[in-house]
Design a protein around this ligand. Structure first.
Ligand code: SER
Length: 580
């Protein structure tokens, strides 16, 4: 059955059952719950309905919902390349918030798989605390799920196919706290004869608080999740998820002689890139942006080493056209632009980085982190390329190096700028609290955009004569012989806001002063610069010698407004501007 047919069948099946399920669109990969980085399950957008903070009847006119949710699991990144794991995938799920309970949920699962899909169930699992290791929080007060066991038995499942398991069949919570409970899973056989977990049916009987204490849920709820890719694999009788119609168009674009593992990683990561960028993530060194950056850089490294017959951009266009009908927010041009910027940034160093990596005789967390810091090589690439030389390298230690480094550089900034109240005073930037630093940082990047906009509107003779930035406003002095007209002020504001709206990354590179000058960077206080300088660039807009700090993306700045324009001396104008 094609993936389109599976989608439709699933939504139709549940729309007609349980007193109707409201069909709810997938939520963004960036969840509203700040305790999780990305959406990893269909239930996340429904968390408040389980806890009683929100009322499903009021919002959906139903106690049950059904969705096909975009999900991203970083926890599986090291598994990608095998036959069943993905970072990005789609999860089909039905949910009930005080509507139906175990009997119906299990019956629906059984009917959908056996009758609608015409597939045989290999075995199912149920929760048994006996299988949970001593001391684990899930052992406390969670009984054997006899109810599910009996329901399966009554449906006709032979007892030897109702397998008792421990922590693998207790789900949640996502983030620090939330609904959780025992689950029953459905396993099907794939074309290789292996049993594959297809569907996880969770009974949210408990609420788990921050200290891992369980209390009974006010409204017991059902939360189920079935991997679309895996179900397509079984239904289409293929040996792995990459042979399904979901991946076929992507694989057609990849050189057929590439090793399977690389093909799978490239296909998986490019889908991840498309969907993360589509939901507004931009590459950076933290949080979601860091995940995106690693996916992109891994693909760029393969593209660099393997001579792909189609560029990653071309493959991403294929992905967008395949998914556009389901996810109309995907914009191929915007995605390619983000990719191109990251490519431009990384491609210069990837070759050197790989050579440096080759020279090392063994790679530990510290040397791996140095390769990341100096050449941008992501952990996954280092681990893979170094092979046995990185035998002892583990992700946790690399992450610890990363964290250590972030703490050192944060402490460095505070030390440099005083620390005692005066957090930041560089002469032109003044801020006393971390909040003010954030505001000043945004205004600082805005002045680089102002510089660009003024030169664009008034001509390249405009020169910056000085600037002064506080959390409230930026002051910017420029050489210009006359008053600006209201039209010119408007045009300047519009130019700045257009760059903000394009959300372009702000990129910093250290280089020799001469090299910076040759690259066309603007510098207005020549005498002040040391031999090694930092150049901040915003692709297609600005390139300036500058000490920073700056935002990572222009989109972070907010709305830019010019408050006042006046003369301060002969031929020098002063602009005051603010951001909202
Ligand atoms: N929340 C469960 C899972 O992610 C079922 O949807 O597996």
């Amino acid at each position: 059955m094609s993936h389109e047919d599976i989608r439709k069948k699933f939504l139709d099946f549940f729309s007609a059952r349980g007193g109707a399920h409201a069909v709810v669109p997938s939520s963004s990969l960036i969840p509203s719950d700040p305790s999780v980085l990305l959406t990893t399950a269909g239930m996340q957008q429904f968390k408040p309905y389980y806890t009683g903070e929100a009322d499903a009847m009021a919002d959906f006119s139903a106690k049950n919902t059904v969705s096909i949710q975009k999900c991203f699991r970083t926890s599986d990144i090291d598994e990608v390349g095998d036959e069943t794991h993905l970072t990005f995938f789609e999860m089909m799920g039905n949910f009930s918030f005080g509507g139906y309970w175990k009997k119906e949920a299990i019956q629906y699962g059984y009917d959908f798989i056996t009758k609608e899909m015409g597939l045989d169930i290999e075995y199912v699992t149920v929760f048994d605390p006996e299988k949970v290791p001593a001391g684990d929080w899930r052992k406390n007060g969670v009984p054997f799920d006899r109810e599910s066991y009996e329901i399966w038995k009554n449906i006709g499942m032979p007892e030897e196919k109702i397998v008792r398991e421990g922590i693998d069949v207790f789900w949640g919570p996502t983030g620090n706290e939330g609904p959780c409970g025992p689950t029953t899973e459905i396993y099907l056989k794939n074309a290789n004869g292996q049993a594959v977990e297809i569907w996880n049916i969770v009974f949210n009987e408990f609420y788990c608080d921050k200290d891992k204490k369980l209390t009974r849920a006010k409204t017991p709820g059902v939360d189920t999740g079935m991997g679309l890719e895996r179900l397509a694999m079984i239904s289409q009788g293929v040996k792995n998820i990459f042979e399904t119609d979901l991946f076929a168009p992507i694989f057609d674009k990849l050189n057929s002689d590439l090793p399977d593992k690389i093909k799978r990683i490239v296909a998986d990561h490019l889908r991840g890139v498309v969907f993360l960028v589509g939901d507004g993530v931009r590459p950076s060194n933290k949080e979601q942006g860091y995940i995106l950056r690693r996916l992109m850089r891994r693909v760029i490294t393969y593209a660099y080493r393997e001579n792909l017959k189609n560029s990653p951009e071309e493959i991403m266009r294929t992905i967008v056209s395949e998914y556009h009908g389901m996810y109309s927010n995907l914009d191929a041009l915007a995605i390619e632009e983000v990719y191109a910027q990251e490519y431009a940034k990384f491609i210069k160093s990837v070759g050197v980085g790989l050579k440096e990596l080759e020279k090392l005789t063994s790679v530990d967390a510290a040397s791996a982190f140095r390769l990341y810091e100096s050449y941008g090589l992501p952990y996954e690439i280092i681990k893979e390329v170094a092979g046995t030389k990185a035998g002892r390298l583990v992700r946790e230690e690399f992450d610890a190096e990363f964290k250590k480094h972030q703490e050192i550089s944060r402490a460095g900034v505070e030390k440099k700028f005083g620390g005692h109240g005066l957090l930041l005073d560089t002469g032109e930037l003044k801020a006393g609290t971390p909040e003010e630093v954030a505001k000043v940082t945004r205004l600082h990047t805005a002045t680089h955009l102002l510089q660009y906009a003024l030169r664009k509107v008034l001509g390249n003779e405009v020169k910056q004569m000085g600037s002064d930035i506080t959390a409230e406003r930026a002051r910017f002095d420029l050489s210009f012989p006359r008053k600006l007209t209201p039209e010119e002020i408007n045009a300047v504001e519009n130019e700045v806001n257009a760059v903000i709206a394009s959300d372009i990354p702000v990129i910093m590179k250290e280089m020799d002063y001469d090299e910076a000058m040759k690259s066309g960077a603007l510098a207005f206080f020549k005498a002040k610069y040391p031999q090694r300088v930092k150049v901040y660039s915003i692709a297609g807009v600005s390139r300036e010698l500058c000490g920073g700090p700056h935002v990572e993306h222009t989109g972070e700045i907010g709305k830019f407004k010019i408050l006042k324009e006046e003369a301060i001396s002969n031929g020098v104008r002063r602009i005051r501007a603010a951001i909202k």
